[in-house]
Design a protein around this ligand. Structure first.
Ligand code: SF4
Length: 319
């Protein structure tokens, strides 16, 4: 399913540390290596604060890792600066959780959608109206919305505008950071359907961050599970419900709400808190919440190893 010749972006050994009070260090990402394939969706899932948003910010050059490199079509983009960095932004766009925060409230939707195209001199001012209408229709909104302001639209409509703006530059990759979590479930579904449809049409690669495994497994081709700054499992999206091996992934799956679930059975949940990223224990980061923890788990950090084609897991149960 995943062919190495289709790798469009590769992150290698990404680590991000932040200085904290008292001379301590907060490790948000630790030795993260992932690949994004042409026309496929990589879902990055984990609890709030696990480092998934920090990692995705490196892909769009909003931050620089402390260690590690990111290659886009084989070119190292971690060290880009100035005009080269600006030009590279055309190819990797981002959609945020709250589109209002990234829109200028005084700008009309026409100008919001066309702003990146104008910045890169792809269109003339006289073409803005027609271009904005074309992209609005592409995201299933009426062309007349070009004359509106963001506050005259619903949350779902604003997120469609954010997607229209992201695709306007015809990027190869779109990173979506919890882009549907603030929306009603029914609106979430229509936004996901829109994204999947646009991906098929334009062969875009998508990096989709979410804390909801149920949502991600419905459309991601590949899923990476992150815990306390490290990747604990990577596997094809269609296999997650049958083949997940890591105790944390299994716990996340056990907590996925499903209308058809058997309510006579206990719904699994992870009751205890994750340790602070300021105080990551030696050994396995999941040890204090794992009911299968062994002596070795407290001493040695498990490496991410191949267990099947396209499936990697970091757990001493499998070493
Ligand atoms: Fe549990 Fe040990 Fe596996 Fe960590 S390495 S998930 S503590 S069994």
């Amino acid at each position: 399913m995943f062919d190495e010749k289709d790798v469009i972006l590769e992150a290698k050994h990404i680590t991000r540390k932040f200085p904290a009070s008292g001379g301590r260090t907060l490790t948000a990402c630790s030795d993260v290596s992932l690949k994004l394939y042409k026309g496929k969706t990589l879902g990055l899932v984990g609890e709030s604060g696990c480092g998934k948003s920090t990692f995705m910010r490196f892909l769009v050059s909003l931050d620089t890792p402390t260690e590690g490199e990111i290659f886009f079509h084989g070119k190292n983009i971690t060290q880009l600066k100035g005009e080269e960095l600006r030009q590279n932004r055309q190819y990797i766009q981002m959609v945020f959780q709250d589109p209002s925060a990234s829109f200028n409230p005084k700008m009309k939707i026409r100008d919001i959608i066309c702003e990146p195209l104008m910045n890169f001199k792809r269109i003339k001012a006289s073409e803005k109206d027609a271009v904005a209408r074309k992209f609005l229709e592409m995201v299933d909104l009426p062309g007349e919305f070009a004359d509106r302001y963001p506050h005259n639209m619903s949350g779902g409509q604003r997120q469609r505008v954010a997607i229209a703006r992201a695709i306007a530059l015809e990027p190869e990759i779109i990173v979506m950071d919890e882009a549907t979590c603030a929306l009603d479930v029914s609106v979430q579904k229509t936004i996901i359907e829109l994204v999947v449809g646009l991906q098929k049409q334009k062969n875009i690669s998508i990096g989709f961050i979410a804390h909801d495994l149920g949502l991600i497994q419905s459309f991601a081709h590949q899923i990476a599970v992150m815990y306390l700054g490290t990747i604990v499992e990577v596997l094809p999206g269609e296999e997650i419900s049958t083949s997940a091996m890591h105790p944390y992934t299994q716990a996340l799956l056990g907590a996925v709400f499903d209308l058809n679930m058997d309510f006579s059975k206990k719904i699994e949940s992870i009751e205890s808190e994750a340790p602070s990223p300021l105080d990551v224990p030696p050994g396995c980061p999941f040890q204090n919440r794992c009911d299968r923890c062994m002596e070795i788990c407290r001493e040695k950090r498990p490496a991410l190893i191949d267990v099947a084609k396209g499936h990697q897991v970091a757990c001493h149960l499998y070493t």
